[in-house]
Design a protein around this ligand. Structure first.
Ligand code: ADP
Ligand code: MG
Length: 248
């Protein structure tokens, strides 16, 4: 499965998602082009995580369509595991296996899902640990690392699957402030290397500097979307202004 340069990597159309009688996504449209970095901002409870989880089909949409890397993931016949293989996801909580070394955390899915040999998986994992500045911690257990280091391992683990799309859900929100910068630095390097990324974040400076586009969500809808200098610098919508005044 390869991205077709003429099609968006992600195309969301009129996405609705309800939990019981509560509709948390109320008609979302979103396009992400190859190599684009889209930062999603908005208040807590606005549906940002649900949107990302729908893109990866961790949540089943109530209605609407989602195309990822040319596959209609909302089609019941799609091989969703095959699509997911190409999509890396990094969460607020790092979800590393605590009883496996850093290197093992980065090789397990490569071996099980992609069927790589131990030697290949270790070579690829080591290269990605190097990329996030942690090659020297390959033998450590996750509990011996800081939160920021664990999150960088989670990124290296995702990269080891050769993703064509990376989804980040508030990857720095659980970190002590002094550890945030290293993780954002790794994400910035990834963006510079041309990775297609959707990043849910409260880091407005990151969204402004690294985002090609910023999407402001509130109450299950996209209120405003555009270049960072517009959405963050000079928002058109009152709701965006109110949100930014609270967080900036
Ligand atoms: P955000 O990430 O913007 O903070 P979420 O997508 O996590 O928002 O949540 C949007 C709304 O959906 C919230 O009101 C939340 O309580 C609700 N919600 C999220 N996941 C579930 C779930 N599995 N079951 C019921 N309600 C949920
Ligand atoms: Mg969330």
């Amino acid at each position: 499965m390869t991205a077709d340069a003429t099609r968006p990597v992600v195309q969301v159309r009129n996405l609705h998602k309800s939990f019981g009688d509560r509709e948390v996504l109320r008609g979302i449209d979103l396009d992400v082009a190859g190599g684009e970095v889209v930062c999603v901002i908005g208040p807590s409870g606005s549906g940002k995580s649900t949107l990302l989880r729908c893109v990866n089909l961790l949540e089943q949409p109530t209605s609407g369509t989602i195309e990822v890397l040319g596959a209609e993931v909302t089609d019941p016949d799609v091989d969703i595991d095959r699509v997911r293989t190409h999509v890396g996801m990094v969460f607020q909580q790092f979800n590393l296996f605590g009883h496996r070394t850093v290197l093992e955390n980065c090789t397990m899915a490569q071996r099980r899902v992609l069927g790589r040999s131990r030697a290949d998986a270790e070579r690829i994992a080591t290269a990605n640990l190097e990329r996030v500045g942690l090659a020297d911690r390959a033998g450590a257990m996750p509990g011996q690392l800081s939160g920021g280091q664990q999150q960088r391992v989670a990124i290296a683990r995702a990269l080891s699957m050769d993703p064509q799309l990376m989804l980040f859900d508030e990857p720095t929100s659980a970190l002590d402030p002094e550890l945030v910068g290293d993780v954002l630095g790794v994400m910035r390097d990834l963006a510079d290397a041309g990775m297609t990324m959707i990043v849910v974040t409260h880091e407005m400076a990151f969204a402004r500097e690294v985002g090609d586009r910023v999407v402001f969500m509130d109450d299950g809808v996209v209120v405003e979307s555009g270049p960072p200098e517009q959405v963050i610098g000079a928002p058109h919508e009152e709701r965006t202004r109110t949100f930014l005044q609270r967080v900036l």
